[in-house]
Design a protein around this ligand. Structure first.
Ligand SMILES: [Zn+2]
Length: 184
């Protein structure tokens, strides 16, 4: 039977989606990124590897703050998946994430799912160490990510430590007076 190519676009190959492959991100190689731009009504999915070899660079960029506190309009899920199938509970690294107005800190050392309800402040996400490769897999339950920084939950020193505010710029909150009144 002749094989057609009608549905080729439904198999997203890392080597074709990323011209720079296998150049790693600041953590490790990308696996894929898809959202509503790729497929109609597709939520945003972003998996990438975290590997020991890039940890030095990762720690330098994170500079003790990592991904700073922020909120989304949609629910967010972060899967942290260890790569040892015989010890699947072992993450192979240590991550940290804080939640709420009080920035309650959690240290994550095991394969975990982090569920972040829409509107809940979260951040200072950092990879503190990586002994074995693991997978970071982020899902946003909307076709396009929205995000708003919560600088009011940070000290001036922490604000200045963020390596690139351009990477953490507000998206999708431009006309939201509700959030303005809540934050400022
Ligand atoms: Zn988030």
């Amino acid at each position: 039977m002749e094989k057609g190519h009608k549905y080729d676009r439904y198999v997203v190959d890392i080597t074709t989606q990323y011209p720079g492959y296998p150049e790693p991100s600041h953590h490790g190689a990308w696996i894929a990124k898809v959202n509503g731009d790729n497929f109609r009504n597709c939520n945003e999915y972003l998996p990438h590897w975290v590997v020991p070899e890039t940890m030095e660079h990762t720690l330098e960029l994170q500079n003790g703050v990592g991904h700073p506190p922020h909120v989304h309009k949609e629910n967010e899920l972060i899967f942290l998946i260890g790569s040892d199938p015989y010890h699947p509970e072992e993450l192979g690294g240590v991550c940290t994430m804080s939640f709420g107005e009080e920035m309650e800190e959690h240290i994550i050392t095991r394969t975990s799912l982090i569920y972040i309800p829409a509107g809940l402040p979260h951040g200072f996400y950092q990879v503190l160490s990586c002994e074995k490769p693991f997978i970071f897999f982020r899902v946003h339950q909307s076709p396009h990510l929205t995000t708003r920084a919560r600088k009011d939950l940070m000290t001036q020193d922490q604000i200045e430590r963020v390596w690139s505010w351009e990477n953490f710029r507000d998206i999708g909150f431009e006309e939201e007076e509700y959030w303005d009144s809540k934050i400022d």
